[in-house]
Design a protein around this ligand. Structure first.
Ligand code: HEM
Length: 468
């Protein structure tokens, strides 16, 4: 991409593959993203692969990727396979919508998750933080080894359902954990179906397909209950028509231009649940993975917490704005371990990006994690150094390129839940470090990057020790 000669996709390099199956056999593994990362080392930032004749372009060039992300929804869309699989599961919302339909869905979603609204919803985040802190205090007394990823998932499910749908769950205290159970089934199945070369489930339902159907049915039932409850609230309280109090009410309130059908509302509610909980809980788990190995960083988060708030938890949103170091810990965890290490796009038309000619219908895998962990963009790129995010504190600022960060995507479809996620992460990291030290109960090198649509640390086990 350095000289001006036009490059055709067919002329791109390709890693070694099998004759007919192409690169499929190497891709048939739990850590597909790492296979792609190895191929970047072998072939450079731009190359092509194929699975039984179906071709994909892979790009790890942050500028190239940024340009494609910005040209949505017109020139690029998400992989059509994602839309196909989600629609088949009955999910038709902002994540898989395209073109003008996407614009219609995006507006209320972005509005519901705006900074202004997250400030208003802060008491919910605080309440759930207090709930999980009490639970961890209890674990600490009993010296329980904690599967933190599961616990953080309960935390994010409770927050998302209350903020987005006005529905109080208590998954944290195991009082309503059916959502968690079903979401744990659905995520891996989306991943395995999106990457499956043959849609076997359409011809023959295996055990796992039947379990998925059951989970989808159960979630559908609960979401329609949320929708009917919200309809009743609006009918009983007409003021909500002028001032809806959550995302679901915004979608339901009659609006001449929007007029969402029940199916669209269901699709968006489901999308927010899917998009909002695994991503955030996995990012928190990665932060814990590093904190448990860096007691000096935990001590520094604790010092900041003690300076900013006097109680166990940061009681106001203004407190959270002052937690710069806890926020930097979250940011650094997402740099090294973005839960979506890659994004999948498809071109809607023939287009030239830099000097690469991309024909209509080309599938492109954007390898965003590569730049986030490369020494072209960050000093000492594989070390966990939250200070690099605080300009006045770090010599590493000389080589620091925040705009290659794509943990939340980019362009007009960047993650609308970013403020909520960052707030949840900062508050919980600060609160837990204020109260506890952490001990990793497994060797760090045994903790694998497991990719199931989002990437999480498999087998992360931690004990909580009250801080002195
Ligand atoms: C640390 C937590 C999170 C991470 C790392 C994350 C990451 C992402 C990424 C990479 C995308 C794709 C962006 C793109 O295509 O450019 C995305 C989209 C999305 N996220 Fe998040 N997300 C997080 C939390 C949340 C939360 C808390 C919510 C809502 C409660 C949410 C709702 C969404 C939605 C609705 C989309 C689709 C946006 C669209 O297509 O227009 N996310 N997220």
């Amino acid at each position: 991409m350095t000289d001006n000669k036009l490059i055709e996709v067919n002329g791109l390099k390709s890693p070694k593959g099998a004759f007919l199956l192409g690169h499929l056999p190497q891709f048939n593994t739990y850590n597909k993203h790492q296979v792609l990362e190895r191929w970047v080392e072998e072939c450079g930032e731009l190359f092509k692969i194929h699975f039984v004749g179906k071709q994909f372009v892979v790009s790890a060039n942050p500028d190239f990727n940024s340009q494609m992300l910005r040209l949505r929804p017109e020139v690029f869309k998400r992989f059509s396979k994602i839309d196909e699989i989600l629609k088949e599961m009955g999910v038709d919302g902002v994540f898989n919508a395209e073109g003008t339909v996407w614009k219609r869905h995006r507006r209320p979603t972005a509005e519901a998750l705006s900074v202004k609204n997250i400030k208003t919803y802060y008491p919910i985040i605080l309440d759930k933080t207090k709930g999980i802190l009490e639970k961890f205090k209890n674990y600490s007394q009993l010296n329980t080894i904690v599967n933190v990823q599961k616990e953080f998932m309960a935390f994010t499910i409770d927050i998302t359902t209350e903020i987005a749908f006005g529905h109080k769950l208590d998954t944290i205290n195991n009082k309503s954990n059916s959502f968690q159970k079903h979401l744990e089934v659905i995520f891996p199945m989306i991943n395995s179906r999106v990457t499956a070369p043959i849609p076997i489930w359409r011809y023959f339902k295996r055990k796992k397909d039947k379990i998925l159907d059951e989970s989808l049915k159960s979630i559908e039932k609960v979401i329609y209950e949320f929708i009917n409850d919200a309809k009743k609230r609006i009918a009983e309280n007409p003021k909500l028509k002028e001032q809806p109090s959550n995302f679901l009410e915004v979608l339901l309130v009659e609006n001449k231009d929007e007029n969402f059908t029940d199916e669209e509302i269901y699709g968006n509610v489901f999308t927010i649940l899917l998009a909002g909980e695994d991503t955030t809980s996995n990012s928190l788990s990665w932060a814990m993975f590093y904190l448990a190995q860096h007691p000096e960083i935990v001590a520094k988060v604790r010092r900041e917490a003690r300076e900013v708030y006097s109680k166990d938890t940061p009681d106001t949103y203004e407190n959270v704005e002052d937690l710069k170091y806890a926020n930097a810990v979250a940011q650094e965890a997402m740099r090294l371990k973005p839960t979506t290490p890659q994004l999948y796009l498809e071109s809607n038309e023939d287009v030239i990006i830099d000097n690469v000619s991309i024909p209509k219908g080309t599938s492109i895998i954007l390898q965003n994690k590569v730049a986030q962990t490369h020494d072209d963009y960050f000093s000492n790129p594989n070390s966990f150094v939250p200070e690099r995010w605080i300009a006045s504190e770090c010599p590493m600022q000389k080589n620091h390129t925040p705009n290659v960060m794509r943990a939340f995507g980019g362009g007009p479809r960047y993650c609308p839940g970013m403020h909520l996620a960052k707030t949840e992460m900062t508050v919980l990291i600060s609160t837990l470090c204020k109260y506890f030290d952490f001990k990793l109960e497994v060797k760090p090198e045994t903790i694998r990057e497991q990719f199931e649509f989002t990437m999480y640390p498999e087998n992360l086990k931690v004990t909580f020790i009250p801080a002195k």
